[in-house]
Design a protein around this ligand. Structure first.
Ligand SMILES: [Zn+2]
Length: 119
C-alpha cells in the first residue's frame, strides 16, 4: 500500500538531479522555520522522505497517529527474529512511558488483526 507523503513535504524549485527536485519537511518548517528546514532538504524521493519522517521529531509530535501508522506497525510486523524482538522490547519499554501511544498502537493492532481475519 503506497502512502501519500505529499501533505508533509514542500517541493522546492531547486533540483536534486535531472528529474527530481529537492523538498523540505513541512513539520520541520513549521517548528524550525523555513531557513533551517532548507538546510535539511532532501530529494523528493519516497525512500528519502520516509527516512526523514522516520527520524523527524517534529513530524512525530505533530502527527503521532500517522507516525505510528507508518512506522510503529511496521516495526511490530517485522518483529519475527530474535534481533527484532529485542528491539521491540526496548521500544515497548520506551512507549510504556507514553500511555496514549501504547493505547493507540494497541488499537491499531486490533484493527489490523481484524483486517487480517477478514481476508
Ligand atoms: Zn522533519
Amino acid at each position: 500500500m503506497a502512502f501519500n507523503y505529499k501533505p508533509f513535504i514542500e517541493i522546492l524549485a531547486e533540483k536534486a538531479n535531472a528529474w527530481r527536485n529537492y523538498c523540505i519537511c513541512i513539520p520541520c518548517k513549521d517548528i524550525l522555520g523555513r531557513e533551517s528546514a532548507i538546510l535539511k532538504k532532501f530529494p523528493n524521493k519516497t525512500e528519502r522522505i520516509r527516512t526523514h519522517l522516520k527520524k523527524c521529531e517534529h513530524f512525530k509530535n505533530k502527527f503521532p497517529e500517522i507516525y505510528i501508522e507508518l512506522f510503529e506497525i511496521e516495526i511490530i510486523r517485522v518483529g519475527n527474529n530474535e534481533e527484532n524482538s529485542k528491539k521491540r522490547l526496548r521500544r515497548e519499554s520506551y512507549t510504556s512511558s507514553m500511555s496514549w501511544t501504547s493505547m493507540y498502537t494497541f488499537k491499531l493492532l486490533l484493527i489490523n488483526l481484524l483486517k487480517y481475519l477478514m481476508i
